[in-house]
Design a protein around this ligand. Structure first.
Ligand code: GAP
Length: 478
């Protein structure tokens, strides 16, 4: 389900998000003290909570809230025969091209498109030059049409199993989580006594040696996926494709993503993967334009068929209450069709950060503007910050710590902060996406009430201390 887009300069918002991620500890460049490793990222204290929340919400809606989907957690390293049968060893490649002028290496199918035979202008050696486009694209860096031949570059990461590389010990890091669901189809079906339609869901790391890594965590070589394979009778596949594309679209909206920034796009015939009979992308309006967030495909029985042929093991399901078209009797063996919603967890993290980011200018009564991450409370890394108004008052700090403990005990991620003036502490929490702040002050001593401040409209209410956990929990369920 390749991503179709044109490369543009990274707009402002992306730079702001990258800056915020580093400043507040959402995402760091990997191995930074050694100069960083390109396209590898580490999720800091806030980032890991956000990513876990995204993945937990997916698991909740795809597995825990349904009777027809079960989970799987398979090994990242699988038999190399899996990847031969699936077509990844032979065909999981991108067209790689070198620019003869600026030496940049890029993917031909992602390069800026031009009409063959037109004159194009580009920069070389500090001068503007012209050339004729002989292909349908030019170099994404300098715009030159002087390019090497296209070579196919396989995206699989290779390593070897065992202490010695004997040549036949080659194994691959999985490029998608999906194949483990196909090769475990009968294991899961028979042990759980499942009857199609049913799904197997999995989350976890995938690896692709991408030629072009871009837009921060949008496309990286190591990333996390959230995939589900929904096995159904062949004639029901169109109905389930329709169903899942809508379910998945609604999932993002229910978690607060702005509807106007999301769309479902049906794949054109020439875009479809060779195994797919119908595919939709959930697309998001990123700062560089509409681009893929998730793909929902009808993979037919392609994968089960391939693994059945290559392994020599029968992967058909026996349905005792389905008529056999050949004998007219009840009972038939068949290979189910598969509908696959395939999302990227790390890409979804980026999407929610972009969508939630907001800047408010100074207003009447507020000298300074603010940056606020309007994350859904269920996604927010910290749910509630507890702030003693005065640091030096031991009663206030002790009470605030007590409240933090009460939240933590109830499974609500709470954070204690006593540093700086209260306004600055609120500002820090707004930027971290914390939906609620609770302030403990002199009045708390007298009547046991605290102030609750709401991130989005900065409203402040006086509530009884005992109500705090309930109020926060209720908001989390909305
Ligand atoms: N099993 C089908 C499959 O893997 P895909 O469109 O190649 O389909 C599914 O990947 C999702 O995984 C994408 O929509 C995207 O969100 C995410 N993804 C794919 N490659 C990625 C990369 N290099 N970096 C980050 N996310 C990626």
């Amino acid at each position: 389900m390749g991503d179709k887009k044109k490369k543009t300069a990274e707009p402002d918002l992306m730079q702001k998000i990258v800056g915020l991620c580093k400043r507040r500890g959402f995402v760091f460049q990997s191995s930074e003290i050694y100069g960083g490793l390109k396209s590898a990222y580490d999720y800091g204290p806030l980032g890991v909570e956000l990513k876990r929340n995204v993945m937990a919400e997916w698991w909740r809606s795809m597995v825990h809230e349904r009777e027809d989907v079960v989970g799987l957690d398979a090994s990242i390293i699988m038999s190399p025969k899996v990847w031969q049968a699936s077509g990844h060893v032979g065909g999981f490649s991108d067209p790689l091209v070198d620019c003869k002028v600026c030496k940049c290496r890029f993917r031909a199918d992602k390069a800026p498109q031009v009409e063959v035979g037109t004159e194009v202008t580009f920069r070389a050696g500090g001068k503007t030059q012209t050339g004729i486009a002989e292909r349908g694209y030019v170099c994404p860096e300098c715009g030159s049409p002087e390019l090497s031949e296209e070579r196919e570059f396989n995206l699989l990461f290779k390593t070897n199993l065992g202490p010695v590389d004997t040549g036949d010990s080659t194994v691959y890091l999985r490029p998608e989580t999906a194949q483990a669901m196909f090769v475990n189809f009968l294991n899961v079906q028979s042990t759980y006594r499942l009857r199609p339609p049913f799904g197997i869901a999995q989350q976890g790391k995938s690896f692709r040696n991408e030629i072009t890594v871009e837009h921060f965590i949008f496309r990286s070589c190591e990333f996390e996926q959230m995939e589900m394979e929904y096995f159904c009778p062949p004639e029901e596949a169109p109905k389930w494709l329709d169903y899942w594309k809508q379910e998945r679209f609604d999932w993002y909206v229910n978690l607060g993503c702005k509807k106007e920034n999301l769309r479902l796009r049906a794949h054109e015939e020439d875009e479809l993967a060779h195994y797919a009979d119908g595919c939709y992308d959930v697309e998001y309006k990123y700062p560089w334009g509409w681009d893929e967030l998730e793909g929902i495909a009808n993979r037919t029985n392609y994968d089960l068929k391939k693994h059945q042929e290559a392994s020599g093991k029968k992967l058909t399901y026996f349905d005792p209450v389905r008529e056999n078209p050949e004998t007219g009797k009840m009972g038939v063996h068949y290979l189910p069709y598969v509908i696959e919603p395939a999302a990227g967890a790390t890409r979804t993290v980026l999407m929610f950060l972009l969508d939630a980011y907001d800047e408010e200018p100074p207003s009447e009564g507020r000298k300074e503007g603010r940056v606020v991450l309007r994350l859904h409370p269920r996604l927010a890394p910290i749910k509630v910050a507890v702030l003693p108004l005065v640091k030096k008052d031991e009663w206030l700090t002790g009470k605030a710590r007590e409240i933090v403990k009460a939240f933590l005990k109830n499974g609500v991620n709470a954070f204690y902060d006593e540093k700086d003036a209260i306004g600055r502490r609120y500002a820090r929490q707004d930027e971290a996406g914390t939906p609620f702040c609770i302030t403990v002050d002199g009045q708390t001593k007298e009547d046991g009430t605290v102030t609750i401040r709401y991130r989005d409209d900065m409203r402040q209410d006086r509530i009884k201390l005992e109500e705090a956990v309930d109020i926060v929990n209720k908001k989390m369920r909305e």
